[in-house]
Write a protein that binds this ligand. Structure first.
Ligand code: C2O
Ligand code: CU
Ligand code: CU
Length: 573
């Protein structure tokens, strides 16, 4: 009863405090984007200066808006005094453009990836990713929307005007320390922000409004709903628009997940409602629910945070006069959904999420961690999984812990095929790049690794609870092109290298005729399996492969130079 009463008072005080007009992040359009990462100061609490980070401003980041098919360049300029990275979450780009932990941007330097937009229309985002600093840098303000439009979406009768009837909402719970400085999210992430606005209100025109919901929190899952329990309509998952509007009164998003919803405020002029999280309805194990874990395996001091297990307001919405050209109805049919075909899957992979012992004597807490993926924590210098280009795969994610982990994979979007042994719910049927895996549960998804391969630069998969990620609950994979190994017509025939003897019985000398330095090589079987692989510490103009254990037959040798790879056929007699 005491708890209920205090919840009531807190909810009440949120209502009284909804006093800041919701910030709409400025939009950047075009094909060349300058992103100046900088530090700043904000005053969230009267008379107190809080150091923050921002992009092109002191706090939070602009929304990048592009079209499918555009070729764009992003100039990320690091004006912080610490290193950073910038990852385009959900975008299908080459690994060297992905902004993972390997694309470090040192202070006072910049990084300028260029790539073509291949994703379909949808709501993506960008944020730093690495060096154990993801949580702090995101919490301090480095998180922005990345919106993609395409012709199929623009043809729909849905709100399309950014900031007018198409409204991004990034929800973040943040933790402040006693000096009101933004801390990494521990257990007291009690300050709720929408688009970097504390205690926000929004004046919604009396018409259909499209909200792009992004859970940008470090830990907390939200169970979205409206205070009047009005039906809203989901129209997109992470990877884009779904096939038909889905009527809902609740929508759960874990960190990293996105959804687009339509809310029809037509005829509601003058009413006030709230976008809320009905977190009291979340089951055990989800960060933000009333309980996480059992017995001693629980999160310590979890109940000191009054948000856990409570229903709370996120955004006060007051309905005002409609705009010109308002949309007043919800379309039913949207976009044709063509998921991958299960019959094309040629490989399966298992990722087990479990606690990990850092010291043999450790007794890990199954709700608090530390956690790993397949018994390992992240290592910058190793590759955990090797995937072949153009392969369709089934991944099975298994959660052996007592806390739910939002699993995220870079490079691809996937189709969930099974969750707890059942087909996914309607609101998870669509293109996804994050899936919440419940304690004791398993999830199977289908995906395809196309367009980009790179033998040495990996992509990441990880838990999107940012402190789990920072603590190493992350693995890497490379996508390798073996198509040429199966098709010897693609073998290069140039005068750049001499390879002798060939055929031979146990060694080959390789020599760069042009004297352009060689940075490494990979030796493959004709079926595309890696036999040996070397990156030279110092570039060489000549090297020798000695391998006495090869059986007779053909092999493929990839020789790497800076920005150049050539493939040759080797014959062992
Ligand atoms: Cu949103 Cu690997 O990140
Ligand atoms: Cu990502
Ligand atoms: Cu996790």
């Amino acid at each position: 009863m005491k708890r209920l009463l205090s919840l009531f008072l807190i909810t009440f005080s949120f209502i009284a405090n909804a006093q800041n007009l919701l910030i709409i992040p400025p939009a950047l359009t075009g094909t060349s984007f300058n992103l100046n990462v900088q530090s700043g100061i904000q005053s969230f609490y009267t008379g107190i200066n809080t150091p923050t980070y921002g992009i092109n401003g002191p706090w939070m980041a602009p929304t990048i808006i592009v079209n499918k098919g555009d070729s764009i360049t992003l100039n990320v300029i690091n004006g912080l005094n610490v290193k950073t990275t910038m990852h385009w979450h959900g975008l299908h780009v080459a690994p060297e453009n992905d902004g993972g932990p390997h694309q470090i941007i040192q202070p006072s330097t910049s990084w300028s990836p260029s790539f073509k937009i291949r994703n379909q229309a949808g709501t993506f985002w960008y944020h730093p990713h690495g060096a154990g600093q993801t949580d702090l840098q995101v919490s301090k303000g480095l998180a922005g929307f990345f919106i993609i439009h395409d012709a199929d979406e623009l043809a729909l009768n849905i709100p399309q005007t950014y900031g007018v009837d198409d409204i991004p909402l990034v929800i973040q719970s943040k933790e402040f320390d006693i000096l009101k400085q933004i801390a990494i999210a521990g257990k007291m992430d009690t300050a709720l922000f929408v688009n970097g606005t504390l205690d926000p209100y929004y004046n919604a025109p009396a018409q259909v409004i499209r909200f792009r919901l992004l859970n940008g929190s470090s830990l907390r899952t939200y169970n979205f709903g409206l205070s009047n329990n009005q039906t809203f309509y989901q129209i997109a998952t992470e990877g884009g628009i779904i096939d038909a509007s889905l009527p809902l009164t609740r929508l759960r998003l874990s960190p990293g997940e996105r959804a687009e919803i339509l809310v029809n405020f037509t005829g509601m002029l003058g009413q006030t409602i709230y976008l809320k999280s009905f977190a009291s309805e979340l089951p055990n194990g989800i960060y933000g629910a009333d309980t996480v874990g059992y017995g001693a395996d629980t999160i310590h001091e979890y109940h000191d945070n009054f948000l856990n297990g409570a229903d709370f307001d996120l955004l006060k919405i007051t309905v005002v006069s409609p705009t010109a050209g308002a949309i007043n109805s919800i379309p039913i049919n949207l976009i044709t959904y063509n998921p991958y075909n299960l019959a094309n899957a040629t490989n399966t992979r298992r990722i087990v999420m479990d606690t990990i012992r850092l010291l043999p004597a450790d007794i890990p807490n199954r709700a608090e961690g530390p956690f790993g993926m397949n018994e390992k924590t992240f290592d910058m210098d190793s590759i955990n999984e090797i995937v072949y280009l153009n392969t369709t795969e089934i991944w099975t994610l298994i959660n052996k812990t007592l806390v739910a982990h939002p699993f995220h994979i870079h490079d691809v979007q996937f189709n969930i095929i099974e969750k707890s042994g059942l087909p996914p719910s309607a609101s998870e049927t669509g293109w996804k790049d994050v899936v919440l895996v419940m304690p004791g549960d398993s999830v199977k998804f289908l995906t395809k690794f196309d367009d980009f391969s790179n033998d040495t630069v990996p992509y990441m998969f990880h838990c999107h609870l940012l402190h789990h990620e920072d603590d190493g609950m992350m693995g890497s994979f490379v996508v390798i092109d073996s198509a040429w190994a199966l098709n010897i017509q693609e073998i290069t025939n140039t005068n750049d290298f001499s390879i002798y003897p060939n055929p031979t019985n146990n060694f080959w000398h390789i020599n760069s005729i042009t004297d352009k330095p060689i940075t490494g090589y990979t030796l493959y079987s004709i079926g595309g399996e890696i036999i040996e692989k070397k990156q030279f510490k110092k570039s060489l103009s000549t090297f020798t492969i000695i391998n006495t254990s090869l059986s007779e037959g053909q092999y493929i040798l990839s020789i790497y130079q800076k920005e150049n790879t050539q493939n040759f056929k080797l014959i062992k007699q």
